[in-house]
Design a protein around this ligand. Sequence first.
Ligand SMILES: [Zn+2]
Length: 47
Amino acid sequence: MKDVDVNPDEESPYECFECGTIVLSTDAPGTCPDCAGPMRNRRTPIE
Ligand SMILES: [Zn+2]
């Protein structure tokens, strides 16, 4: 695991793949509160 130097008390934005809902959470929400779709951390660069 790399990039683990994040402050655990700091909220990170997570974006729903399905509907684009943004959730601020200190840990991964896992699923979207609106549509139960998969969430991703917007700070994590994706290819
Ligand atoms: Zn969603």
